[in-house]
Ligand binder design. Structure first.
Ligand SMILES: NC(=O)c1ccc[n+]([C@@H]2O[C@H](COP(=O)([O-])OP(=O)(O)OC[C@H]3O[C@@H](n4cnc5c(N)ncnc54)[C@H](O)[C@@H]3O)[C@@H](O)[C@H]2O)c1
Length: 363
């Protein structure tokens, strides 16, 4: 395909969709420089609030975008080759299935689904479809995570024994009625699909093995009116012997706090977001003769503030565009990829364990 990929964004008046839309239309998602992307163009914007769509279309120079209030209408357009789905979570699997049936490539905001049956159905449909798919586990795109994976593969830490990833994030919930869905289990899927899945995806990315057992304990809200427990702590055992702790709290009073630790027989790695940028990444490696010291160059593009406009949105959506244009499946974050399949398995095992107050769930 030599022409630009025509992309329709559903949920296009939302926060996350804004940053993704900019990444489709402009190089580096930079609205100020306004250099049009050579490979992708926004050909559709769909949401319930048409005023915001009209405003974004005009203000951001999205001159090729048709406006829709109905998703199925947008899917019928031949100008739409691919969709970006960034709507409340309970619509994710349904909208993704509809897009695959219509022959459109799918970029899906996390989570993949809000229950295990929907998730399994969608994974099976994607496996049969020729379309490119991607779940937006955006943190996998950060330089910190790519470099950490390289070090693990190079044996810098020897045999990895344990990992610890946290996702403590006071998720943003605007005052409008539209935003209150994040407090509801029926719509959000609960704290793990809502956000803690990010830390699970990073754990799976680094451990790179099949999960075999999950234990999860939940705790009630302390700050805001979630109708589900926003604190979930997971203990995951992998086939390669690594034991991983994932601690999540989306009702956190502090600012975004995502800590990462990998510990092995030859060294260890820490990412501490509250440190000054230069000392956020600290690591040691006996095989590389490195003491446990800060590495100022390790994580230059890892902003990690929890603000979607500072995320690597342009990079993640552009990666999807390139795969879709070449007609290839995404080996890292496609629905068929080991990372996504293993992450889904952990999410639903954790939900089951949490519901039974900490039972061991074999996968
Ligand atoms: N990857 C990340 O780091 C990250 C960060 C933030 C949000 N998200 C995800 O992005 C998605 C959107 O979150 P948000 O904070 O932007 O939410 P939001 O409430 O601000 O936006 C939701 C959008 O969906 C639209 N919508 C709702 N029902 C619709 C329907 N039936 N048809 C068409 N449009 C409909 C609304 O009009 C709105 O435009 C969520 O799935 C969330 O999990 C991901």
């Amino acid at each position: 395909m030599t022409k630009k990929l025509g992309v329709g964004v559903v949920g296009a008046s939302g926060w996350m969709a804004g940053a993704l839309t900019a990444g489709i239309e402009y190089v580096d998602g930079d609205l100020d420089k306004a250099v049009k992307h050579p490979d992708s163009v926004v050909t559709g914007l769909c949401a319930r609030n048409q005023d915001i769509l009209k405003e974004r279309k005009e203000l951001w120079g999205l001159d090729q975008a048709d406006l829709y209030s109905d998703y199925e209408d947008m899917l019928k357009s031949p100008r739409i080759d691919a969709v970006v789905i960034s709507v409340p979570n309970h619509l994710h699997a349904k909208f993704a299935l509809q897009a695959l049936e219509a022959g459109k490539h799918v970029f899906l905001e996390k989570p993949l689904a809000t229950d295990p049956d929907e998730s399994a159905h969608l994974l099976a449909a994607a496996a049969k479809s020729p379309c490119t798919t991607k779940v937006d586990y955006i943190l996998v795109h950060y330089d910190e995570q790519k470099k950490l994976r390289r070090l693990i593969k190079d044996g810098a830490f020897g045999q990895v024994a344990s990992t610890h990833f946290t996702y403590r994030h006071p998720i943003q919930i605007g005052a409008s009625a539209d935003q209150q869905w994040k407090l509801s289990r029926a719509i959000s899927g609960g704290a793990i699909p809502m956000g803690i899945c990010h830390a699970i995806s990073l754990t799976v990315f680094q451990v790179d093995s099949d999960p075999v057992e999950v234990i999860c304990k939940s705790a009630p809200a302390l700050d805001r009116d979630f109708d589900y427990p926003p604190r979930q702590d997971l203990l995951i055992t992998f086939a390669n012997g690594v034991v991983s702790v994932v601690q999540g709290n989306i009702d956190f009073a502090e600012k975004y706090d995502a800590r990462h630790n990998v510990c092995g027989t030859q060294g260890q790695f820490d990412y501490v977001p509250s440190n000054p940028r230069k000392s956020r990444a600290i690591w040691s490696s006996r095989s590389m003769a490195r003491e446990y010291t800060a590495d100022p160059d390790f994580a230059k593009d890892h902003m990690d503030s929890g603000d979607v406009w500072e995320h690597q949105c342009a990079a993640t959506v552009n990666d999807f565009v390139q795969n879709a244009k070449q007609g290839i499946k995404d080996p890292v974050l496609g629905f068929e990829s080991p990372l996504v399949q293993r992450t889904e398995a952990i999410i639903w095992a954790a939900e089951k364990s949490s519901a039974s107050e900490g039972d061991r769930i074999r996968i």
